[in-house]
Design a protein around this ligand. Structure first.
Ligand code: SF4
Ligand code: SF4
Length: 261
């Protein structure tokens, strides 16, 4: 097995914008004792994980900030650039899940190398990606982004439906994330076999089911965990919604209604 990254000059940490989940934000914020505003950027872009700051939009996606630089594209804030043109991740053990899983994807429990990546053509074609850690990271990533989607939906729905709704600041959203992910971390810490939980989650996704919206037999052993997650997110903002709107949100969270944005 060889790791092509130490000698690579293809610049993935310059040329990609690294989208993050709330799980990544929490890991970096706690690991570096750093406020989210100091390492994130909010990019106006629609999508299921786009959060609103006002009812009129736009929706924003969270990504790692870029470092101001003479070069374009600018490097990731955390990239250590070396004189020979290579680089090293300055937060390697805390790097976001999309960085941990690049350039791999998973389907039906198997891991493959994506075609749409910057890696040299010959890279990653040995047995490196068969190491179980790659699947574990990919399954964790799928779960993390599903959780984040629910967290974003709760925020958006609250903002859209809870009058009066003055525009929010980015700092308000970060405070919300910090609060809800502190609770989710405690809930997830109770899961005895984290990799099995993520693998069961991934198996649901592989057959087109969304564990937070539909009952998945694979996740039956973790039903208390799912209930705790839903409950934590559902009570994460002041419940001043009218009763019928609360019912509507519950329907959205179980997949009966389309996304509010
Ligand atoms: S967090 Fe690390 S691996 Fe990810 S883009 Fe930044 S420097 Fe690269
Ligand atoms: S482009 Fe691929 S091989 Fe090069 S540093 Fe990035 S992940 Fe590693």
């Amino acid at each position: 097995m060889t790791n092509p990254c130490p000698t690579c000059v293809r610049g993935c940490c310059h040329r990609h914008t690294v989208g993050v989940s709330g799980t990544d934000v929490q890991a970096i914020a706690l690991g570096l004792d750093l406020a989210p505003a100091l390492f994130l950027q909010a990019i106006a872009e629609p999508g299921v994980r786009g959060f609103l700051l006002s009812r009129e939009g736009p929706a924003y996606q969270l990504a790692l900030a870029k470092r101001p630089a003479d070069t374009f594209p600018a490097p990731c804030l955390f990239l250590l650039e070396l004189p020979d043109g290579t680089g090293r991740c300055g937060i390697y053990t805390l790097r976001p899940l999309v960085c941990q899983t690049y350039p791999a994807y998973t389907r039906n429990g198997l891991v493959g190398r994506r075609d749409d990546v910057l890696c040299p053509t010959e890279a990653w074609h040995d047995d490196t990606l068969t190491d179980p850690v790659w699947y574990e990271r990919l399954a964790h990533q799928a779960l993390a982004f599903d959780l984040y989607e629910l967290v974003v939906a709760r925020w958006n729905y609250h903002l859209l439906q809870n009058p009066p709704t003055p525009p929010r600041e980015l700092a308000d959203y970060y405070t919300y994330l910090t609060h809800i992910y502190a609770q989710l971390k405690l809930i997830c810490a109770q899961v005895a076999d984290w990799n099995a939980f993520c693998a069961a989650w991934d198996a649901c996704l592989d057959r087109g089911a969304q564990p937070l919206r539909a009952a998945c037999p694979e996740l039956q052993p973790w039903q208390p965990t799912l209930d705790a997650i839903r409950s934590a997110v559902a009570t994460s903002l002041p419940t001043t919604l009218a009763p019928q709107l609360l019912a509507e949100l519950a329907q959205w969270e179980t997949g009966i209604l389309p996304l509010p944005i």
